[in-house]
Design a protein around this ligand. Structure first.
Ligand code: GTP
Ligand code: MG
Length: 303
């Protein structure tokens, strides 16, 4: 293929929480750059996943799950996701085919229709591994009828089924264009930010109910000690005093468990030995405090 035919473009990966958006991006990149968990609202900010070859540069925009926000951070997450709809070449709408559409799915379909973006949308019917073959068609229909003019593909991001075909279709849909990012760049977030997200992933994996959602991770220090070693100091900001004993656990057992899981994930990401120190601090109602949110990097840039 000649240089003139190089293709590049942005794909907005959108959907309600927990449908597998981040799992798919990690799978396409063949590397974990985004936090994943079985709990909704794992992703809190837009993050690029960039795949570059000789022929194309595909820029996937991972977005927070679109939901009914009840806090200021929820508003930020929704705005981040909804803001991508008109800014991308292709909308990749991920749905969970193993369950019927939620109200949020119906809202997303309406938004796509209202913006007249049906033809720019590809529906990925994800989690097909959870559906028996005979039921697939009927399960798909529940979603396809929401957006009849959009193309669709059945996939399983987790086991990489249908992902190659999906990738092919995305590349065919992006325009001829320049290479926007250096070829070795795979994301737009700094390693330190991804480390924070992986600590959050650990909170979601280890703490029950609403507690992980009421905790912010603030990175205080990230120091390379040598090529093979790094030191990270982070603070867990709790929005309630009563969560403190739960997060710390008996004789510090829970905070150690949280740290251990996060350390291993960050080591996989960075290919370094990590010394991770976690602190706990109460910052009452931080989720609704614009100043704290801004300091943590949750804000919409108004260009
Ligand atoms: N069985 C199955 N599980 C999947 C598949 N894709 C993702 N999951 C699981 O679904 C859960 C949610 O995955 P995420 O990738 O975090 O979902 P998300 O859409 O990014 O969620 P938010 O960031 O909260 O919006 C995780 O437990 C994944 O392992 C799939 O194809 N099959
Ligand atoms: Mg996510």
């Amino acid at each position: 293929m000649s240089k003139a035919e190089f293709r590049s473009g942005y794909v907005g990966v959108v959907g309600r929480p927990n449908v597998g958006k981040s799992t798919l991006i990690n799978q396409i990149l063949g590397q974990k750059i985004a936090a994943v968990s079985p709990r909704p609202q794992t992703t809190q900010r837009n993050q690029l996943g960039i795949l570059t070859t000789e022929q194309y540069q595909l820029i996937l925009v991972d977005t927070p799950g679109i939901h009914q926000p009840v806090t200021k951070i929820g508003d930020f997450m929704n705005e981040s996701a909804l803001g991508t709809f008109s800014d991308v070449d292709v909308i990749l709408w991920i749905v969970d085919i193993s369950v019927k559409p939620f109200a949020e799915d119906i809202n997303i379909a309406q938004k796509i229709k209202a913006l007249n973006l049906q033809e720019n949308t590809l529906i990925a019917l994800n989690k097909a591994d959870l559906v028996v073959q005979e039921d697939l068609e009927k399960a798909a229909e529940n979603y396809l009828e929401l957006l009849p003019e959009a193309e669709s593909l059945v996939i399983s991001a987790q086991i990489a089924a249908g992902v190659d075909r999906l990738l092919e279709r995305l590349i065919e849909r992006i325009p001829v264009g320049p290479q926007y990012f250096p070829e070795d760049q795979i994301t737009d977030l700094y390693e330190r930010q991804i480390a924070c997200d992986l600590i959050r992933e650990s909170l979601l994996m280890n703490l029950s109910e609403e507690i992980p959602h009421a905790i912010a991770v603030r990175l205080d220090e990230y120091k390379d000690r040598s090529e093979k070693n790094a030191y990270i100091h982070a603070t867990l900001l709790l929005d309630r005093e009563s969560h403190k004993p739960i997060v710390i656990g008996k004789k510090g057992a829970m905070i150690r468990k949280i740290g251990e899981y996060a350390r291993m994930e960050i080591e996989k990401l960075t290919d370094r030995n990590i010394y991770l120190e976690l602190n706990v601090k109460v910052e009452k109602n931080w989720r609704n405090n614009p100043k704290v949110l801004r300091a943590l990097g949750y804000f919409i840039r108004k260009d």
